[in-house]
Design a protein around this ligand. Sequence first.
Ligand code: ATP
Ligand code: MN
Length: 478
Amino acid sequence: MSQRIKIKALLESTETGIDVTVKGWVRTFRNNQFIALNDGSTNNNLQVVVDFENADPALLKRLTTGAAISVFGHLVASLGKGQTVEVKAKTIQILGDSDPEKYPLQPKKHSLEFLREIAHLRFRTNTFGAIFRVRNSLAYAVHQFFQEKGFIYLHTPIITASDAEGAGETFHVTNFDLLNIPKADNGEVDFKQDFFGRATNLTVSGQLEGELGAMALSDIYTFGPTFRAENSNTTRHLAEFWMIEPEMAFCDLVDNMDTAEALLKYVIAYALDKNRDDIEFLTQRLLDEEKQKPQHERSEMSLTEKLQFCLDNDFERLTYTEAIDILKESAPNKKKKFQYPVEGWGTDLQSEHERYLVEKHFKKPVILTDYPKEIKAFYMRQNDDGKTVRAMDILFPGIGEIVGGSQREERLDKLEQRMDEMNIPKEELWWYLDTRRFGACEHAGFGLGFERLVLFVTGMGNIRDVIPFPRFPRSAEF
Ligand code: ATP
Ligand code: MN
C-alpha cells in the first residue's frame, strides 16, 4: 500500500493513473456510490467512487457522515463537475465509525451559535476549517514578517505581579485553599503565604517586559496569550486572547505606525495568497449571509475586495483632535444618531465613532494619534502641549480598534510624574524605571489583537468564532 497522501496535494496533482492511499472523514455519502472525503488539509472534498455492486453491503452501511476511513484506490481524471481528479476505491477500511443517529453535525447548514456549543466538532465544517487554516497562516506570517526584519521573539511571562495598564481587569493566580485564605493582622489577605509570596495575576500584556528586552536587543516581539477579566460581552472581546506586541528601540511614533501598517499588509497579503480557496469560500459565505439583510445594510465590497483594498491604500493618519472635529460636524452627530453624542474634546471614542470614521468618512483603515493623556496609559510619551500623548490606535472597518500603541516615555522625571498622578506604584515597577535610569532611549511599540485580525481576514462577525475554544464571561467549556 502506498503512503498516505493529503487531499490538498492530491487535488493539486496532475498525475493520474497511479494508486494512492487517502485518509479522512466522510462528509457525505450519496447514491451508495460517491463519498465526499475531507481531511482538513483543504476546504475541497475529494470524491471517492465506490464500486457498490461489488462492495460488502455491511461496509456501505458504515460509510456515514463523520466516520474516519482509509481508502486505497486509483487516481483518475474526474468527469464530475467541480473537481479535476477523483479516486476509484479498491479497498475501503473503516477506522472509526460515526453513528448517524447520534452525530451532532448533519450535512446541512448549522447556525454559528449551535456550532459554538459543539466547538469540539466544529473544526469539521467548511467554515471552521477555513477559519483555522487562515488563522494558522496569519500566525506564521506574523513570525515571518518579524524574523525577516531581524526582530527577536521574546517570551514574556504569563504569570506576573504587575498589571500593565493599571486597569485592574486581571485574573488572580493563587494556590490558596479558597475556604481557608490566610489573613494578616489587619484583616487583609496575606499573600506572603501564597505560592509566590505576593499577589499575582495572569498577564494583560507583555509590553512592560517587552520594553526591557528592546532596551538591549533593539527589536523584539511577543506573540502569546493575554487575559482580561473584563465583563464585556461584545463580539470583539475575549477573556483569553492572543496578542502580538513588538517593541522597538531608537524608534518614534511614525516608525511605529509604519511598522504596524506594514505588518498588517504583509500578513493579509500572505493569507490572500496562501489561503485563496478558504478566503474565496468565506467571501461566498458572507455574500450568502448578507443576502438576508436589506440592501442598504449590505457591505459595498466583498471580503476579498475589502482585503485587497486594504493592501492597495495607505491608511489615513490623523490626530485625535482632528477626528473629534470631524465627528462633531458629522451628520449622525448633528442628527443625534450616535448613542454617545460627541460634544467636546477629551472623552474616549466609542466603537460607533471609530466605525463612522473608518466606514463612512474615510472608507479605509485609519490611524488616530495624539490622544488626551487622561484616557491613555501612564507609559505613553507626553507631548509638549501638556495635554496629549504619543499614542496611536489603528481602526479597521467592521472591527474598530485592531492595534493600540504608542511611543514610550523614556524621560524618567516625566514618567515618574505621570505615575504619581495616576497612582501607579513606583516601587513595584522599579525594574521598569531602571531602563530609564540606565541607557534610556527613544522607543515605541504596539499591541495587535490577533483574534481581531483573524476576524477581519475571515469576515466573521463574532470573535468567539475565530479562536478554537473561546473564553468569555460564564463560559470555559472544552
Ligand atoms: P478595546 O478598547 O477594544 O477594549 P483596548 O484599548 O483595551 O481595546 P489594548 O489594551 O490597547 O486594547 O490592547 C491592544 C489590542 O488588543 C487591541 O487593539 C485589540 O486588538 C486587542 N484586544 C484588547 N482587548 C481585547 C479582548 N478583550 N479580546 C480580544 N482582543 C482584545
Ligand atoms: Mn479594553
